[in-house]
Write a protein that binds this ligand. Structure first.
Ligand code: FUB
Length: 324
């Protein structure tokens, strides 16, 4: 079992989305930097402007930085804040999906394509129609590809109902059902949604919907989907309570039954992760702000092994441990 390992001490990288392509681990993080924008609840200080990609041939071997794969200035419709991204492979092409604010200040999800997992990526000139909010996660199931997405507060999800924006929309009351992350099946060419985004419902063991006031279990941001032994595992951040939790289902659309905490709070405000199988073991990629002395906008990516018990329950990982 490997201990938590910082992956790239040379620079600040966050929100690592890890995948196995061509027999190697590829990691697509957000690229943090100190833009001097003041910290606020909207996350304006996460003012990122490019992406780099990394690969590893073994989990404890060297990490290779393949350099910049996309720059904010190359996205004609975007203005600022290149947030979380994800990549998938279909029909001999790699598709990079990313969240960024458009010129009117709305988060949208864009796509860029490449022949190689390490880029360079060519960006589509418009965002995905009907896309909104942040944190795309792409998941292949059989011949279908799905996007999970959404995030509260700075991620703007609470401004939408039935996929429509209104400035008057607010967070639901504490005892009302929590706002749901979204799922949409992707079109054959991966450049559009094949259906309008639907709610991903998270319920408890008694089949009650998790409420908005249940801040230790309700969805905030950072959707991730993986499948283990035929079961769909939806994992996510609880945002202001700083946990990564998970819920399971027998269907990629859910409903998902809440199971527990994968990662306790890390040093730093945000917590964001990905889960991937590599060489018959499972790994959990995440970030924390220990190396930047707690500066929430300067995060460092890490990896640790993910362990299931015999019933498929995930063993909780301690976010801030003594040995750092
Ligand atoms: O990196 C910017 C944002 O911080 C991500 O999109 C969120 O999930 C949070 O990690």
């Amino acid at each position: 079992m490997i201990k938590p390992r910082y992956l790239y001490p040379n620079d600040y990288m966050a929100d690592p989305s890890a995948h196995v392509f061509e027999g190697k681990l590829y990691i697509y993080p957000s690229h943090d930097w100190d833009s001097k924008v003041a910290e606020n609840d909207n996350g304006d200080h996460f003012n990122m402007k490019d992406y780099q990609v990394f690969s590893m041939e073994s989990i404890d071997g060297p990490i290779k930085n393949h350099g910049k794969i996309l720059d904010l200035k190359d996205i004609p419709w975007a203005e600022k804040q290149l947030w979380d991204s994800d990549v998938c492979f279909k029909d001999n092409k790699y598709f990079l999906f990313f969240s960024v604010k458009d010129k009117k200040g709305f988060f949208r999800i864009g796509v860029a394509t490449s022949d190689y997992p390490y880029g360079p990526f060519s960006v589509q000139i418009k965002p995905i129609p009907e896309s909104y909010s942040i944190d795309p996660c792409l998941f292949k199931d059989g011949n279908d590809y799905y996007m999970y997405f959404g995030g509260l507060w700075g991620g703007q999800l609470e401004k939408y109902r039935n996929n429509l924006y209104s400035e008057n929309n607010k967070l639901p009351k504490e005892n009302a059902p929590a706002l749901c992350p979204k799922i949409a099946r992707m079109s054959d060419n991966m450049l559009e949604f094949a259906e309008s985004p639907r709610d991903v419902l998270i319920i408890d063991e008694e089949r009650n919907t998790i409420t908005q006031g249940d801040v230790h279990r309700r969805f905030f941001e950072a959707s991730w989907m993986h499948k283990f032994n035929g079961t769909y595992y939806f994992s996510y951040s609880t945002g202001d309570t700083h946990k990564i939790c998970y819920a399971i289902s027998d269907n990629p659309y859910g409903p998902f039954i809440y199971q527990g905490v994968i990662l306790t709070p890390v040093i730093g405000w945000t917590t964001h992760h990905s889960i991937v199988e590599f060489k018959e073991k499972w790994y959990f990629f995440y970030h924390d702000c220990f190396p930047s002395n707690g500066k929430s906008w300067l995060r460092s990516m890490k990896v640790v092994e993910l362990i299931y018990d015999k019933d498929g329950k995930i063993k909780t990982i301690q976010g801030s441990s003594e040995d750092e």
